[in-house]
Design a protein around this ligand. Structure first.
Ligand code: ASP
Length: 332
């Protein structure tokens, strides 16, 4: 956690996210956002989905606004989808080249942010490897600026959580009867954290987090989940199976972490192991995939896979979130 320069006690992130009227101003975490708001965002996202092969949905609701993408960690899907989402809403989109940015020269993150603020960037989409950065920025920007968390260390990835919820809802409808099994490196996964928080708020029937013991989460971080170390037990009767990548970039010491072959043998999602899940179970993965490690290619490309639909939903969800914070700004 980075230090804050504020002398006031910090408000919980969930409160910082909403303005005095309860409207979404920043999106930092799904934790603390209520069911009504999450459902509204999912409903809004649906309007940005069009039939495959047709033109993508567009609006001018962000015309005149500027969205800045600041990715201080690698990204393919999230960055591209925020870029497209902003453009399809009519905004100017600035993709900061982080490799050549002044932060590399030692400029503090806030100086970078204030520079963009001075150029009238309204929404800053931030990905960072350090926990606490999006909230720290949100507490220090001008009133009219919105911060959207596009992936924060191993803590939070709220728009990914929303697109995962949307994909599950499209296939399965109500959440309360569902068993969702998330398998992989849960301990280091911001995707698992945001999905777990959102699923808990929407009242999922059962949530299982499956991993080798060395990659299991802190139970206090996911009180809503059943922590399981055996894949067969975890997949039994599941409606939704989400596979996750091992986050090697966040693991200092690989002791206790199985090698590739052992990992696939015990935790890889294969067609043979999916026999244990419900016959109509869907398979998800946030990408990037390591085929043959956490997921078999036959599964990733097979009939139960909704992985490309997750990507499509990612653009729609990010349009819905951008449009919503834009509305909050305009209401000031
Ligand atoms: N793309 C996701 C993330 O940024 C998942 C991953 O990197 O494995 O967290």
């Amino acid at each position: 956690m980075i230090a804050s320069t504020e002398s006031m006690p910090l408000r919980p992130e969930a409160e910082v996210q909403l303005d005095a009227n309860g409207n979404l101003r920043h999106l930092l975490t799904l934790k603390g956002l209520d069911k009504a708001l999450l459902t509204e965002i999912l409903d809004d996202s649906e309007q940005y989905l069009t039939a495959p092969g047709s033109l993508p949905a567009r609006s001018q609701s962000l015309a005149g606004r500027t969205v800045g993408n600041l990715f201080f960690e690698p990204s393919t899907r999230t960055r591209a989808s925020f870029d497209l989402a902003g453009k399809r809403l009519g905004a100017d989109v600035l993709n900061l080249d982080v490799n050549t940015s002044s932060r590399k020269k030692g400029e503090s993150i806030l100086d970078t942010i204030y520079t963009l603020e001075a150029m009238q960037v309204d929404v800053m989409v931030v990905r960072d490897a350090s926990a606490g950065v999006p909230a720290y920025i949100a507490r220090n920007v001008d009133d009219h600026v919105s911060i959207l968390n596009a992936g924060e260390a191993d803590v939070s990835h709220p728009t990914q959580g929303l697109l995962d919820l949307l994909t599950i809802r499209q296939h399965k409808g109500a959440f309360d009867e569902l068993t969702v099994a998330i398998v992989g490196d849960i301990r280091h996964s911001r995707v698992a954290m945001s999905a777990s928080q959102g699923l808990a708020t929407l009242g999922v029937g059962e949530l299982r987090l499956i991993s080798p013991p060395a990659l299991a989460p802190d139970p206090e971080a996911v009180p809503e989940a059943r922590i399981v170390d055996n894949l067969r037990d975890g997949l039994d009767g599941a409606d939704v199976v989400m596979a996750l990548r091992i986050q090697r970039e966040r693991i200092g010491n690989l002791d206790g972490i199985p090698g590739i072959d052992e990992y696939f043998a015990n935790y890889g999602v294969s067609n043979e192991r999916l026999e244990l899940a419900k016959p109509d179970a869907i398979v998800m993965h946030p990408g990037p995939m390591n085929r043959g490690i956490e997921i078999e290619s036959a599964v990733a490309d097979g009939p139960r896979s909704v992985i490309t639909q997750q990507v499509t939903n990612g653009v729609a969800v990010r349009m819905a979130v951008l449009e919503r914070v834009g509305r909050t700004m305009s209401a000031k």
